[in-house]
Design a protein around this ligand. Structure first.
Ligand code: GLN
Length: 475
């Protein structure tokens, strides 16, 4: 079954050329054939088939098909689906089952989507390679010795391998965009507040956003449109009107498009192939009528430092709830309350999560709060001002998604600081809260995927995906 887009699948479903059950069986068989790749933590074999059969019945009975009728979706395992595991790829939540649906899941469900299962990830979404999962690595779909990116590595590999049509990920500093770039697919993180975070397990609440991984921009826009909008259960969700993304996409034209190109995004150290391919694409867009505008974002060097101070601070508070008493894993050896807390957390969390809890606790401590946390907050404000100013002059800011193509499994696990640099180009949009997307540029000289990163102004998701679509079309 060759399925190029949801539009194609929908036409076949509604004309009864194929049934939902056949489509879901097709995907489940592919998932089973790829079992060794560790892409899914949980597969909904029966549940997905039951759902497909009830959708087929609905159509036969003359029911109105929802906007996502029969769309096979994968969900990152830090987003809640009622009655299913919600592990966050952590031992501490290994046997935890969610008692409610995330708002995004509920909205997809209402539009007749089908959930195939929960995907692998870095533990609590902390990482850039999926190597911090307590359920094992995921290989890159194009080179099994390399990583798929992270933290939404399972979601990206699922879409790239055809084990789901679209997947949800979460993006705190790049976790949707960077793995999309590493797996040759589209990955978009909307404006902070565009999608409710209710039911998304918190890592750093002022950064976290649910994002979409898809093969093309139209599918991403469709799913985004269903999930976006105010939710009474998340006070930070925005009541900004949800536009018709499909029509916004088509109204974008390359003619006269102003693309801001910050020189800071092309440092000497940038991988040669990445640099050549991103610059080549920009030149191509210029030849088609876009205007390339040299801009400068002089504070870029501070992005990673500020990000890791702020997100670890928030993570240390958010992860305090996992104490062995309320959720998940409890140490067997504890003899009193204090050792129960300490042993449950010591045994339940992985190394990177513990490192971040310690870092976050440190930067929030009385003696260091002003030096680190307060300073990083000030840097965040400066970034917001700089990006706002830049986007008054240009339509979009462009650069590479990652400074290097997918790296080898194990190459960076010994050096966390080097791993953190994988996010150097994606983190700024998260610091400012603007929407950003990674769009595939094709393959480098080693046959590894390279992505281009685009950032637009707040709530310009339609325009952003329209520009991304232009980039993809000229491939
Ligand atoms: N790789 C980044 C980190 O480890 C981003 C993670 C994310 O976006 N969830 O924090």
């Amino acid at each position: 079954m060759q399925l190029s887009s949801y539009e194609d699948l929908r036409a076949r479903l509604l004309s009864h050329a194929v049934t939902c059950e056949e489509v879901v069986r097709f995907y489940l068989e592919r998932i089973d054939a790829h079992r060794d790749d560790n892409i899914y933590i949980t597969v909904f074999h029966e549940r997905a088939l039951d759902r497909a059969r009830s959708l087929d019945k609905k159509l036969r009975d003359g029911g109105r098909p929802g906007k996502l009728f029969g769309m096979p979706l994968a969900i990152k395992d830090n987003i809640a689906i009622k009655g299913s595991n919600l592990t966050c790829a952590s031992k501490i939540l290994e046997h935890y089952e969610s008692v409610y649906d995330a708002t995004s899941v509920q909205r997809l469900d209402q539009e007749d989507a089908v959930f195939l299962g929960k995907t692998n990830m870095d533990e609590f979404a902390m990482g850039s390679s999926n190597e911090n999962s307590s359920f094992g690595n995921v290989p890159n779909p194009f080179d099994k010795t390399r990583v798929p990116g992270g933290s939404s590595g399972g979601s990206a590999a699922a879409v790239a391998n055809g084990l789901a049509m679209v997947a949800l990920g979460s993006d705190t500093g790049g976790s949707v965009r960077q793995p999309a770039g590493f797996c040759d697919i589209v990955g978009m993180k909307p404006t902070y507040g565009r999608i409710s975070r209710y039911g998304l397990v918190a890592f750093a609440s002022s950064f976290d956003q649910i994002g979409v991984l898809a093969r093309n921009c139209d599918d991403a826009a469709l799913v985004l449109g269903v999930m976006a909008g105010k939710d009474g259960r998340d006070a930070t969700s925005s009541s900004h009107v949800v536009p018709d993304y499909a029509s916004e996409i088509t109204s974008v034209s390359v003619e006269g498009l102003k693309i801001g190109v910050p020189k800071e995004f092309f440092p000497e150290s940038l991988n040669q192939d990445v640099s050549r391919m991103v610059k080549g694409k920009l030149a191509e867009l210029r030849d088609k009528g876009a205007e390339l505008v040299d801009i400068t974002l002089p504070d870029s060097a501070y992005a990673i430092a500020a990000y890791y101070v702020l997100v670890t601070a928030e993570a240390s508070a958010n992860l305090a709830r996992f104490d062995g008493a309320r959720y998940g894993y409890r140490s067997k050896d504890a003899t009193d309350l204090a050792t129960m807390y300490v042993s449950s957390r010591t045994e339940g969390f992985g190394r990177e999560v513990k490192r971040r809890i310690m870092l976050g606790t440190y930067v929030l401590s009385a003696g260091y709060y002003d030096t680190y946390y307060k300073k990083a907050q000030q840097v965040r404000r400066v970034f917001q001002d700089r990006y706002r100013e830049a986007l008054e002059k240009v339509d979009v800011i462009a650069g590479p998604t990652s400074p290097f193509p997918p790296f080898g499994i194990g190459d960076k696990t010994g050096n966390p600081l080097e791993m953190y640099l994988a996010d150097v180009f994606t983190v700024p949009a998260s610091i400012v809260g603007m929407p950003a997307v990674s769009v595939p540029l094709g393959f480098d000289t080693l046959n590894l995927p390279v992505g281009m990163h685009l950032v637009c102004n707040f709530f310009e998701e339609g325009k952003l995906l329209g520009i991304a679509k232009l980039v993809q079309r000229f491939q």
